[in-house]
Design a protein around this ligand. Structure first.
Ligand code: AMP
Length: 297
């Protein structure tokens, strides 16, 4: 397995593969890998074939964190991640520095760099429809950072296909839209959410939870199951379903609901009537830690 740190080297390698007619599958991550990430690597391998190239990027992308968020304390363990990537059958791990990805970033973007010949990063990609609700409403600049970094990674890795997790449903929908709108020649695959035995969706952020919070964090997946049962036989007003789920989540004393939404899985527009096939998503705080989950009803 090869480890690539510079953007120039990654793009050179990708162009070489392109000339050789090699297939390339890609899994972008922020590292601190768990079985959910590794399932995406396996899916990329399965689709690209044994001789194709599977690239995993490990990069904690600063532009998708808000000023009050956990960028500096986001968990990192590159040594362990590399071991896991090797075991999962990745061919290349691309792990660039901030200076490589966003030259000059951190200086005020609206200030000209007087007498400074270094380039300053100042171009972003903004998806304007699907990014406004749910995670986008709670985290206003988050998706701008996600679409920008994913577009950059596509241009560096030149993948034929890229695998994202259904765990971040809205993110996957936005990336699909961006890929379509901007004509990236990349197929987007969305792979199922991998969960702990009790139902909690695996997440790098789960390690922030103390034992009591971890025990109650199962409330997210239980809420999805509860909603599934509620609409199994017949549809119901989404408002009534959401009120019931708010009360249900309040039954976990350490949980503080951020939002719960019932929406169309493709357009992400909220539904009036929740029924089979409706998508449900929620975000719940445990102390400062914010967890998200979603599922098809
Ligand atoms: P992250 O490192 O959190 O940016 O996630 C990188 C990719 O892994 C994204 O496509 C996520 O949706 C996906 N992912 C995260 N958690 C899971 C999970 N539990 N199951 C499947 N995919 C996941």
């Amino acid at each position: 397995m090869r480890i690539v740190r510079s953007t120039a080297a990654m793009q050179r390698l990708a162009r070489q593969w392109q000339r050789q007619g090699q297939r390339v599958g890609f899994v972008p991550t922020m590292g601190y890998l768990h079985a959910g990430h590794l399932s995406l690597v396996q899916e990329a391998r399965r689709r690209i074939g044994p001789v194709g190239q599977v690239v995993v990027s490990i990069y904690v992308n600063p532009t998708q964190f808000g000023p009050q968020e956990d960028l500096s304390r986001y968990p990192r363990d590159l040594k362990r991640d590399l071991r896991l990537c090797r075991a999962a059958g990745a061919d290349v791990v691309f792990t660039p520095t901030d200076a490589e990805m966003y030259p000059g970033w951190g200086k005020a973007a609206d200030e000209p760099a007087h007498g400074d010949a270094r380039p300053t990063f100042s171009t972003y990609i903004v998806e304007e429809q699907l990014s406004r609700c749910m995670e986008g409403a709670a985290r206003p600049t988050h998706f701008r950072g996600v679409t920008t970094v994913v577009a950059k990674l596509f241009n560096l890795v030149l993948p034929e296909l890229t695998v994202f997790g259904a765990k971040d449903w809205q993110q996957a929908a936005i990336i699909q839209r961006m890929t379509h709108d901007l004509n990236f020649p990349v197929k987007i695959i969305v792979a199922p959410t991998v969960r702990a035995l009790d139902g909690l969706a695996l997440s790098s952020r789960n390690q922030y939870l103390d034992a009591a919070q971890r025990a109650q964090a199962v409330i997210l997946s239980q809420a999805i199951k509860r909603a599934r049962v509620a609409v199994r036989r017949k549809s119901m007003p989404a408002a009534r379903l959401k009120t019931d789920l708010r009360n249900f989540i309040a039954s976990a004393p350490l949980a503080r609901l951020d939002y719960v939404e019932a929406f169309d899985p493709d357009t992400l527009t909220p539904v009036i009537t929740a029924k089979r096939g409706t998508q449900l998503a929620l975000a719940v705080f445990f102390g400062p830690t914010r967890l998200i989950d979603n599922g098809r009803l």
